[in-house]
Write a protein that binds this ligand. Structure first.
Ligand SMILES: [Cu+2]
Length: 282
């Protein structure tokens, strides 16, 4: 009898240990995907690539995208891949890409890779985007391509324009994703179109911001800070002051390092909006 109870206790202990072990694994996975929603899977014969974003969709504009690669044979997530991507818009007369970052592993132990893609145009009935993901695992190259859904945004968060210097620029709003009545940390991006497939980051410019509420006499807000870059190749940081909830038009001017404005107008009594702007409503 005594021996049997000992055995039962031992078995219970082992069961508990195993349970808590798998609980730990689950909680790691849950934390990694915390706040993320899967919006698409891309499958080839060997792998399934899961695409995630905070909103669970892609938008016309700036998209922070996370992905992980599942081995179809083992159902395990690949932790040692080298990943790159190429978004292409298939238009009636031509194909083109858009600004996009390198794809980097977030943590060594985790399964997620991340980067950004800035869709400067939305899809329509006849024109669409697809995404090609190239990845290498243990020296073997793989690829997969899928059509992706890029619906038009109601609010403008990306501007694509020709500057006075005849360079084609793209500026996009990245943060705050959830604006507050406060001085918000603002993140924007500035890229140029080198050719149809190449959109490098523009370094050392200033994106001047002038947020206004058109419905309330076009009033502004205090303590805004124009967006500038700390490190070449990075996004730009500024401060966006929002004094109340509602619709704001963030009027923009893009300035070269020497101060020359390549696009956008200063807001005055007679000029109530710039030709380039972002819109938010919260
Ligand atoms: Cu296009």
């Amino acid at each position: 009898m005594k021996f049997q109870i000992k055995n039962i206790v031992a078995i219970l202990f082992m069961a508990l240990a195993l349970t808590s072990c798998s609980d730990n694994d689950d909680s790691v996975a849950v934390n990694e995907l915390d706040g993320l929603i899967k919006f698409q899977e891309m499958t080839n014969t060997t792998h399934t690539i899961e695409l995630y974003s905070k909103a669970g969709t892609l938008v016309q504009g700036y998209n922070e995208i996370k992905l992980r690669i599942k081995d179809n044979a083992t159902n395990q997530y690949v932790k040692n891949a080298t990943v790159s991507w190429m978004p292409i818009m298939h238009m009636a007369m031509m194909n083109h890409s858009c600004p996009n970052s390198e794809v980097e592993k977030i943590t060594t132990e985790g399964t997620l890779y991340e980067g950004y893609i800035v869709f400067q145009m939305a899809q329509n009935d006849t024109e669409y985007w697809d995404l090609k993901v190239n990845y290498t695992i243990d020296g073997v190259d793989y690829t997969t391509t899928s059509v992706i859904d890029v619906p038009a945004s109601v609010k403008r968060t990306v501007n694509s324009f020709m500057g006075s210097d005849n360079v084609k620029y793209i500026v996009a709003y990245a943060e705050p994703s959830y604006p507050k009545v406060a001085v918000n940390d603002m993140v924007v991006g500035v890229w140029k179109m080198q050719d149809m497939m190449t959109f490098p980051v523009v370094d050392g410019y200033t994106l001047k911001i002038d947020p206004r509420m058109p419905s309330m006499g076009n009033h502004s807000s205090p303590n805004n800070v124009h967006a500038t870059q700390t490190t070449a190749g990075d996004l730009y940081n500024g401060k966006l002051s929002l004094t109340m909830t509602g619709y704001w038009k963030i009027n923009l001017q893009l300035a070269k390092p020497d101060g020359t404005i390549v696009k956008g107008e200063e807001i005055t009594e007679t000029v109530t909006a710039s030709s380039i702007f972002f819109e938010i409503e919260f």
